[in-house]
Design a protein around this ligand. Structure first.
Ligand code: GDP
Length: 460
């Protein structure tokens, strides 16, 4: 069933002057509106032409010519929104596009909200929510992986997996409910033994999806990188050198980089999200302490830690403390300020670092940064990504719904194992079912849908 009838219109192409610009109109009045404002080169009734055809002519405002255009006529339901849709291929100047859009609006359409076309595709059942989100991801994709995983999701691969799990759950819930209603005819004794492996398998499938979500996130959004090191070793200088701009405050006063700065940085297909933190050091200074605690916190969340040491000063307790915090993480160590006379004990540093790669740098002289970047690539991008049989969850909202479903299934499994009564675990199974529904949008509230679609650009 098509829910929406109000006709909407928007400029669907970029908001700057370009070769062509497209105005998209969707809804019950799309054809009658174009009939009023378009004069085809060969006379015809635009409301009667066949679907999925292109027509050449001019847009007229009364008897004034606005633009020379191509008009695409597409009848629902075989359209993006499933509604009758018209696209006007205009010249791409903002003035002429706005003029044409105004005319469309004057003749009965309403200006579309951002994402409203895709929202209609969702409400009219052509795509589910995970596919709608994939549309945003396709638009925002900035690398090959992001694009491929978004397109896979757009084709419905995530939805298909989730639907299968939900079907399994619903079948079991229905059986138990039926048995509770009609205990004389439906046998429940020992049913826990049947149910347990089914739920465990379902849980394992969800776990597998969650397990690769971090790989997916790294490839899509970048490597969350924290630079750690005591004050004045050159952390801000490193960030700035990589960014090629003076975004962080570089200073010679110890411990002034108190707030963490985050900068996204692209090195070909490698994206680093750099967090520059205050140096970790033993201190009684309260404000500095916040920086230290934060640094520890960031180290926990980071995909990669860059530890910077200063070659011109002897190693001290601060260096040793930081190394002890980060030892079991993915770390690259830099021994910076190679241009100065060496005072740090390199052998001790190597012994403390163990397996951690150590790169000698002089940031001020731009030495060693190439090796640094190369090492990152090798650490994170060695693995070939296989798109054929792998579904990646890269969306944070979907990930948290999956995690909630997993937790609910855990509870159900525990209840069964503890021999609880059936109505206990059906509640948790229903909860898992609902959470899985959130991934594909079967159980989303209107305001969540609104929130998601508002992240789209105009005309999509
Ligand atoms: P942070 O406190 O670790 O962020 O250190 P900064 O980046 O603020 O650097 C502290 C001081 O060391 C600044 O004066 C930098 O110019 C200087 N510095 C950074 N890297 C090098 C380097 O490789 N060689 C030399 N000689 N000085 C450096």
């Amino acid at each position: 069933m098509i829910h929406q009838t109000e006709t909407i219109a928007a400029i669907a192409t970029a908001m700057n002057n370009s070769g062509i610009g497209i105005i998209r109109i969707s809804g019950a009045d799309a054809f009658s509106i174009i009939h009023k404002i378009f004069r085809p080169a060969k006379e015809k009734d635009m409301q009667q032409v066949s679907s999925h055809t292109v027509h050449y002519g001019i847009i007229m405002d009364g008897d004034r010519i606005v633009d020379e255009v191509l008009v695409l006529i597409m009848k629902g339901p075989h359209t993006y929104t499933r509604e009758d849709t018209v696209e006007i291929d205009c010249h791409g100047g903002m003035y002429v596009l706005n003029k044409t859009l105004e005319l469309v609006l004057k003749n009965g359409a309403r200006a579309a909200e951002p994402g409203e076309f895709t929202k209609r595709a969702f409400l009219n059942g052509r795509i589910d929510l995970s596919q709608a989100e994939a549309v945003i991801d396709v638009i925002n994709a900035e690398n090959d992986f992001a694009l491929k995983s978004a397109v896979t999701q757009l084709k419905g691969s995530v939805s298909e997996k989730i639907r299968k799990e939900r079907e399994v759950l619903l079948e079991q819930i229905a059986y138990i409910e039926a048995a509770l209603d009609d205990p004389e005819h439906i046998e429940m004794d020992g049913y826990g033994d049947t149910l347990l492996p089914i739920l465990q398998e379902c849980r394992a499938d969800i776990e597998a999806l969650l397990a690769n979500a971090d790989d997916g996130r790294i490839l899509k959004e970048g490597i969350k990188t924290v630079i750690l090191g005591k004050p004045n070793v050159g952390k801000s200088s490193l960030l700035n050198a990589l960014l090629g701009q003076d975004r962080a405050i570089v200073t010679e006063i110890a411990g002034t980089t108190r707030d963490a700065l985050e900068e996204s940085l692209r090195l070909n297909d490698v994206v680093l999200n750099m967090i520059d933190t205050a140096g970790i050091r033993s201190t009684e200074d309260v404000i500095e302490k916040i920086g230290v605690d934060k640094a520890k916190e960031y180290a926990k969340e980071a995909d990669l830690i860059v530890f910077v040491a200063d070659a011109s000063r002897p190693l001290d307790e601060n260096d040793r403390e930081i190394i002890s915090i980060i030892r079991d993480k993915k770390v690259i160590a830099l021994l910076n300020k190679q241009d100065l006379e060496e005072a740090a004990d390199r052998e001790e540093l190597k012994a403390l670092l163990g397996e951690i790669p150590l790169i000698e740098t002089s940031i001020v002289e731009n030495v060693g940064l190439d090796t640094f970047v190369k090492t990152i690539r090798e650490m994170f991008y060695r693995k070939e990504i296989n798109f054929n049989d792998q579904v990646y969850i890269t969306n944070a909202r979907q990930k948290s719904a999956l995690a909630a479903a997993e937790a609910a299934l855990d509870k159900a499994v525990d209840s069964i194992a503890a021999g609880m009564s059936e109505d206990f675990f059906t509640i948790d199974m229903m909860d898992a079912y609902t959470q899985l529904g959130l991934v594909i949008g079967e159980t989303v509230e209107d305001d969540l849908a609104d929130e998601i679609f508002s992240r789209f650009c105009m005309g999509k």
